[in-house]
Structure formats: structure tokens, C-alpha cells
Design a protein around this ligand. Structure first.
Ligand SMILES: *[C@@H]1O[C@H](CO)[C@@H](O)[C@H](O)[C@H]1NC(C)=O
Ligand SMILES: *[C@@H]1O[C@H](CO)[C@@H](O)[C@H](O)[C@H]1NC(C)=O
Length: 201
């Protein structure tokens, strides 16, 4: 009974590379998060005294410190029948580095998504990121624009695009600043005071 000696995915390691470059006069940030994967395989089970001389497949390194496992079995042809024998095996490994973009970065150059990598698509959509992505923002229901920065309905405003009032800097314009609020309220107060004063006369 020979145990499964297939490829083993041992660990994933992210290597981050950051940079920026000028594209069409604009500084564009790029960040790669390459993924390093360690693969492990074994030299096929064989007679124990022979294992020291066996080499790993090309491109693979022998495990160090060497761990010779003696629990494997190999088969030999003996007088017309297969006989299972106890033998030895040793591990081989190699690292494979796969180029990848950090989340919020796209394409072969890993450029930053519209709206910035911290808030891709201004938090109102999904950036098609990753090495195979094209950096397009797929906007939520009520948003539009290349970075989902606008309301789809031009008559709606506000952070959720649900308000009929015009918003600026995170507030409806009708509540804009204390000066405008006072100017709007003042004419009502003197009127009510005048009417209450005029009654006793
Ligand atoms: C980006 O990729 C998406 C999905 O693959 C595709 O629908 C869209 O047309 C692409 N946009 C551009 C500008 O290439
Ligand atoms: C989009 O806007 C419509 C109309 O104001 C609203 O009824 C709906 O709830 C909004 N959708 C989301 C996901 O906010």
C-alpha cells in the first residue's frame, strides 16, 4: 500500500512591492502582493540503502534537514507476482512565486483602483481588481461615474443618493452654516413679538 505522494501545498506567503509611475502626466500608485507558494513532493518509495543516492526532480531541492521516512511501501515483481516491501522516501520542495496585485489594485501593472485603494469606487461600488481585472468600477444601484462618485438620478443628492435636497460637503445645502439659518428664522420672531405686544394696547 503506497501512500499518496502527490504535491502538497505547504504555505502561502505574500510579498509586497509598492511603487508609483507617471501615466498620462498623472502619478499612479501601484502595489503588488505576489504570492509565494511552497510545494512539497517525495522521491518515490525505494529500497532504504538506495535513498541517499536518489536525486529530486529538476528544479526541486532536497528537504533539509533531511527527513527520511521509513513508513512507505514499494512493490517488486517476484516470480510473477507483485510483492509489497517496506522502503524509504525523502521529501523535495520548491517555491513558486505568482505575480498578484494587492486588494484595490488592478492589471498587469497593479495600478490603484478609481477612488483609491483604501476606498475603491468611493465605497459605492466594486472595483474589478486583481491582475486580470481592468479597474472598472461596477457601481451600486443609485450611483454612477467612473469612480461611482455621482448619483445616477441627477435630481437626487446626499451620501446615499436618496435625498431631494442638494448636498455639499456631507450636509444638505438648506442647513448650510449657522448664518443662513439665522437669516431665515429672524423675520418670524419680530412679527410674533409685535402681535403679542399690540394686544394690550
Ligand atoms: C472590464 O471587464 C469587465 C468584466 O470582464 C467587462 O465587462 C468590461 O467591459 C471591461 N471594461 C473595459 C473598459 O475594458
Ligand atoms: C436607491 O434610490 C431609491 C430612490 O430614492 C431608493 O428607494 C432605494 O432604496 C435606493 N437604493 C439603495 C440601495 O439605497
Amino acid at each position: 500500500m503506497a501512500g499518496p505522494r502527490g504535491l502538497l501545498l505547504l504555505c502561502l506567503l505574500a510579498i509586497c512591492l509598492a511603487g508609483s509611475r507617471l501615466v498620462g502626466g498623472q502619478k499612479v500608485w501601484s502595489r503588488r502582493c505576489d504570492v509565494k507558494t511552497k510545494f512539497v513532493t517525495h522521491i518515490p518509495c525505494t529500497v532504504c540503502p538506495a535513498i541517499k543516492k536518489r536525486v529530486c526532480p529538476s528544479g526541486w531541492l532536497r528537504e533539509f534537514p533531511e527527513k527520511i521516512s521509513q513508513d512507505c511501501r514499494y512493490e517488486v515483481q517476484l516470480g510473477g507476482s507483485l510483492v509489497s516491501m517496506s522502503g524509504c522516501s525523502v521529501g523535495c520542495w520548491k517555491d513558486v512565486v505568482q505575480k498578484a496585485c494587492c486588494p484595490g489594485y488592478w492589471g498587469s501593472q497593479c495600478y490603484e483602483c478609481p477612488g483609491g485603494a483604501g476606498t475603491p469606487c468611493n465605497g459605492h461600488g466594486t472595483c474589478l481588481d486583481g491582475i486580470d481585472g481592468n479597474g472598472t468600477c461596477v457601481c451600486q444601484e443609485n450611483f454612477s461615474g467612473s469612480a461611482c462618485q455621482e448619483c445616477r438620478d441627477p435630481n437626487l443628492f446626499g451620501p446615499a443618493c436618496q435625498s431631494g435636497e442638494l448636498w455639499q460637503e456631507g450636509r444638505p445645502v438648506s442647513l448650510w452654516g449657522p448664518v443662513e439659518t439665522q437669516l431665515y428664522n429672524q423675520p418670524h420672531q419680530p412679527l410674533s413679538q409685535t402681535s403679542s405686544l399690540s394686544l394690550p394696547l
